[in-house]
Design a protein. Structure first.
Length: 568
């Protein structure tokens, strides 16, 4: 007999309630269902205070090319790496009123001796050139699964999972109205494991509504897995259900205010997209339609380069389209295509609100059997589709991974030649007593490029990076120049003077200027044409007051900056 989905799901939760705690949390076999119970967040280790002042320092990692720059985010007040901690699973939000102001949140491990994690965050006021990492939102409180978003008025929101009494999954949403510099005390937002959040910026009746969904298998309110706020995050509604219980995926709000969620269904092997056209209507009970589709493979976890986590989650977004709706839906995910090839990046598109889907398209263009994992997608207002992922193709037979990029300008029907953006790193080092690099990356596209929050182990430990791709400087398929360090200083801190070293990739007009904490220029060290090459100059600190200064380099195509501490 075929029982209704709600009845089968209710029976499942009743069964789980009768199972031993370890079995109901999915720690042992048999698991029901397999994938939903494979992976979840719990505080295994105790909190171990590990003040950053007691940690050694090392140079932070920065690198770039003609069109791409990557900057380490989890750094001290001088931009140096904090040795012995870990940071992964980042999410990014951009202030809609000032795109130079951004915040990134991540899972912060103060010491790799414990997998106890907290809600780490950092902010930038100069477009990502430099980052300030004040610490964590709630010191000593277990928090995981950070998801950030923004509203149209400049507010930033940080959705964070916590666990109480061993297995009670709860989420809080913290708000910042100053570019992520400070956060409020948070508002209870129901929630559960692997939650995702989206904020309506459509300009319609639902503008400002906040939506969140999560894995119903690990929920604070089973069988519910969805909530919304219709009052700018002052409160969140009681949990409701989504058909087919999609999980391990994201949300998006379409230009007409319709809400879409993608993920793996609680029961079934394909992917599923659910749609609500009335979630934007405050006071109405949210209703959904749902459709399953194939993406040329299955979502994978707990294997290969990320043995303790997901190999990526499903991403959904919209692009402009000439059809009746005015937009098309796009879905991208790292999937296991079966056979000898372990993982590919697959993309699919729907032009009728998710009712039917086109055949999946393979994004990665390698010919070998490589891991393309942590596939991540975002779209620009003009309709360009950007995709990044970690890729082992350059080091066959290993898990050494490089960041790769591709884009599409024809709705995902075809994709650019894949571009390698970083050197390879080993994802199996720097584990904070937990065998994974987190579960996802997060990116945001605009019409001039994209901003990416990602994690890597270039320093021999897990760190969070901000990356910016400026499109137009590198032609599709052109191999970018090798990574380069743009600007550094030694010594830093300094007393009498410090040497500033910088590299110019090609002939350009170069400026090197120093600013005080109030943003006033106090010195111009270089303002002249320079040929490609390496240079150095001295900053004399005799006339400067003690304190932190910002030295900014501009070489035409891109900028870099470094913080300096002058000791009197």
């Amino acid at each position: 007999m075929n029982y209704p989905t709600t009845l089968r799901r209710s029976a499942l939760y009743c069964l789980l309630a009768l199972l031993p705690a370890s079995l109901s949390r999915g720690d042992e076999t048999p698991r029901v269902p397999t994938r939903a119970g494979d992976h979840h967040e719990v505080p295994d280790d105790p909190y171990i205070p590990s003040p950053r002042a007691e940690h050694p320092r090392s140079p932070a990692m920065r690198f770039g090319s003609r069109s791409f720059i990557a900057v380490q985010v989890n750094v001290d007040e001088l931009g140096q790496n904090i040795v012995g901690d870990a940071a992964n699973e980042p999410s990014i939000a951009v202030d809609a009123t000032d795109p130079d102001r951004m915040a990134i949140g991540w899972r912060q491990f103060d010491t790799i001796s414990s997998n106890f994690r907290q809600a780490g965050y950092a902010y930038t006021t100069d477009g990502g050139l430099t980052w300030t990492f004040p610490g964590v939102i709630e010191p000593g409180v277990f928090r995981s699964d950070p998801v950030l978003d923004s509203d149209a008025d400049g507010g930033l929101y940080y959705n964070s999972l916590t666990v109480e009494n061993g297995d009670e999954y709860l989420c809080d949403v913290f708000r910042s109205f100053g570019g992520g510099v400070t956060w409020d005390s948070g508002v209870s937002a129901r929630g559960g494991d692997k939650q995702w959040m989206a904020i309506d910026k459509s300009g319609g009746v639902g503008d400002g509504h906040i939506y969140a969904f999560w894995n119903a298998y690990f929920s604070s309110c089973p069988p519910g897995s969805f909530t919304r706020s219709t009052n700018s995050g002052n409160s969140y509604e009681s949990c409701t259900e989504i058909p087919n219980d999609p999980y391990w995926g994201t949300l998006t709000v379409a230009p007409d205010g319709a809400l879409y969620a993608v993920g793996v269904p609680l029961f079934g092997d394909d992917f599923v997209v659910t749609r609500s056209t009335n979630a934007q209507q405050a006071g109405q009970t949210v209703s959904w339609t749902s459709a399953a589709f194939a993406l040329g493979g299955s979502m994978d976890s707990n294997t290969g380069p990320n043995p303790g986590g997901l190999l990526g989650q499903a991403h959904i977004a919209t692009i402009p389209d000439g059809g009746p709706q005015g937009y098309a839906l796009c879905v991208l995910c790292s999937v296991n295509p079966s056979g000898s090839d372990p993982l590919d990046i697959k993309f699919a598109r729907s032009t009728n609100g998710g009712a039917t889907w086109g055949a999946p398209v393979r994004v990665n263009d390698d010919t070998g059997n490589a891991w393309q994992w942590f596939g991540t997608m975002s779209t620009s207002p003009s309709g360009r589709i950007d995709a990044v992922w970690l890729d082992t193709r350059d080091n066959p037979g290993t898990y050494l991974s490089s960041l790769y990029y591709a884009y599409s300008t024809d709705g995902g029907l075809s994709w650019s030649e894949n571009e390698r953006l970083s050197a390879a790193f080993d994802p199996h080092v720097g584990w904070p007593n937990q065998q994974k690099l987190g579960d996802y990356f997060h990116m945001l596209s605009d019409d001039t490029g994209f901003s990416l929050a990602w994690a890597a182990t270039f320093n021999g430990e897990q760190d969070v990076y901000y990356a910016r791709m400026s499109l137009g400087a590198t032609a599709a398929g052109e191999t970018p120049p090798p990574p380069i360090a743009l600007l550094s200083s030694d010594p830093n801190p300094f007393t009498a003077s410090t040497t500033l070293r910088y590299k110019v990739p090609r002939a350009a007009f170069v400026t090197l200027e120093v600013y005080d904490p109030l943003g006033r220029r106090v010195a111009t060290l270089v303002a002249d044409e320079r040929q490609a090459g390496s240079y150095e100059t001295q900053l004399d600190g005799q006339s400067l007051a003690g304190g932190i200064y910002l030295c900014r380099l501009s070489t035409g195509d891109y900028q870099d900056a470094v913080k300096l501490l002058h000791l009197k």
